[in-house]
Design a protein around this ligand. Structure first.
Ligand code: GLU
Length: 492
């Protein structure tokens, strides 16, 4: 069987984790089986349609580096791939069902439907199928009143609908429990999701439907529609839910879920893809790291889980850190440069001097970043002498201003000529001196670190100082000494 799968988003909101999980599973399934991956835009809900959401679909997958074989922008044998441009097809299909007495025009006014719902109370049994029984006279009357009909499906009233889901196994539903006579075509000529989805999956020769489990309640209706049309349904494969750690369906409450937000926060697309591929799928019980190319080869739908997947922000963060660590210097430079430009830390374009500092900083910070967005704070002190010293942070814990001044003076002297010594030799010098003074090496280093970097935590100090140069290091120490003295440190 030639595998053809689709991702069929509705452009009503931003792409989120659940959406890209569905897209990626389809994409990897297609690639691993030598099949085709199709993007179809399900834009028949004109009220909720959002142009920005459509652009977000393109931007998201462009950033992720995932493309489709057929779709609105690339075309293909089943174009157009926007449902809003296929209205004629849906209308013809609805008419086919009417001709076979498997669908009918229903003329209810909104007021009548509201009254019906009211009479049903809050339990709401759905449409009471009254439209099946209107007489020719009643219909003529509706028409005379200018009421535009919808087309409703005439579903069977008894029996059972059964299908085999690739993941869930046998799924069955009593026909009487399927939505009663759902609308297929709205009075404005637009199809509902159910009709358009079924018609397009058939017409586009979709072989497998991989979609979120929240669509499982719709699947029996879809099966009935395929049968009404006399078409063979695709293989259904409903993907496990994605939950937050509290066991609730993943939502904004759990933190950011839109892909654009992850991008903004400094995640790498390859880390996100890797992690999302594991939301409900496993290669075996050990391996966790997969490049996109690995997944294109190794993805096997037989290994999709039934049980819900839990989205763990911590784990994603960890993946991201590992992916950042594994970047080459060139890749990391390219990723960081625009971020540093935006933060105003380097100029645009970056000068040669700035570039050489950045290159020198990469080995110092690579291990320390979980997000690319941490880069500006980590390296700012290398590029500017205008450090914001917070008075309360100038003095290391358990020390006073006078003690800090004293140790900083010692450190200033120890720093002399540091560029000519190795990091080990410099450290040794500090250690030996600390011992002589009967204090901890940390106590001697901390005031220096704060003076040079403006912070208690920083990349390795001697490596950083090399990038700054002895003269500027001395200047920074002097600035801090002055600050401390004005705060009451001794001034001999
Ligand atoms: N347009 C639906 C959605 O937004 C597609 C569901 C399906 O894949 O059948 O998720």
């Amino acid at each position: 069987m030639h595998v053809r799968v689709r991702y069929a988003p509705s452009p009503t909101g931003l792409q989120h984790i659940g959406g890209i999980r569905t897209a990626l599973f389809n994409y990897f399934f297609a690639r691993a089986r030598g099949g085709s991956f199709i993007l179809r835009i399900e834009d028949t809900d004109r009220e909720r349609y959002d142009q920005a959401a459509l652009q977000d679909i393109y931007d998201t997958f462009d950033w992720l580096g995932i493309g489709w074989d057929e779709g609105p922008d690339v075309g293909g044998p089943h174009a157009p791939y926007f449902q809003s441009q296929r209205l004629e097809l849906y209308r013809r299909c609805a008419e086919q069902l009417i001709e076979r007495d498997l669908a009918y025009y229903a003329y209810d006014t909104p007021e009548e439907l509201a009254a019906m719902r009211e009479a049903q109370g809050h339990k709401g049994g759905g449409y009471d199928r009254r439209g099946r029984n209107y007489t020719a006279e009643q219909i003529a009357d509706f028409e005379a009143r200018g009421i535009a009909p919808v087309v409703r499906f005439k579903g069977p009233l008894d029996g059972e609908t059964v299908f085999e889901d690739m993941i869930l196994g046998r799924v069955s539903k009593k026909n009487r429990d399927i939505t009663p006579d759902p609308v297929l075509l709205k009075s404005d000529g637009y199809p509902t999701y159910h009709l358009a989805n079924v018609v397009d999956d058939h017409q586009m020769q979709i072989s497998h439907i991989l979609r979120a489990q929240e669509w499982i309640p719709s699947a029996p209706l879809h099966v009935r529609l395929y049968e009404a049309f006399g078409w063979q349904p695709p293989v259904f494969c409903h993907l496990p839910m994605v939950m937050g750690k509290d066991g609730q369906k993943l939502s904004k409450r759990h933190g950011s879920t839109s892909v654009i937000e992850f991008r903004r926060q400094g995640y790498l697309p390859e880390a996100l893809i890797n992690y999302v591929a594991l939301l409900g799928w496993a290669y075996d019980d050990k391996r966790e790291f997969f490049t996109t190319q690995d997944l294109e080869r190794l993805f096997d739908a037989a290994r999709i889980n039934k049980a819900p997947a839990v989205f763990d922000y911590r784990k994603l963060e960890w993946f991201n850190g590992v992916y950042i660590r594994n970047k080459s210097d060139d890749e990391l430079e390219a990723l960081m440069t625009p971020i540093l430009m935006q933060a105003g830390i380097v100029s645009d374009p970056m000068s040669e001097g700035e570039r050489s500092i950045l290159r020198g900083a990469l080995p110092l910070i690579r291990e320390r970043m979980k997000y690319l967005t941490e880069a500006p704070e980590l390296v700012r002190f290398l590029f500017t002498d205008q450090l914001q010293y917070k008075p309360e942070e100038l003095i290391p814990k358990k020390m006073d201003a006078a003690g800090t001044v004293e140790l900083l003076r010692v450190a200033r002297e120890l720093v002399n000529g540091f560029e000519q010594r190795s990091d080990e030799e410099n450290e040794e010098r500090f250690r030996a001196r600390a011992e002589e003074l009967g204090t901890k090496m940390g106590n001697l280093m901390m005031p220096l670190r704060i003076a040079v970097t403006g912070s208690r935590v920083s990349p390795p100090l001697f490596g950083s100082m090399r990038l700054i140069g002895e003269q500027r290091v001395h200047q920074r120490i002097d600035t801090v000494l002055q600050l401390l003295q004005s705060q009451g440190g001794t001034d001999e």
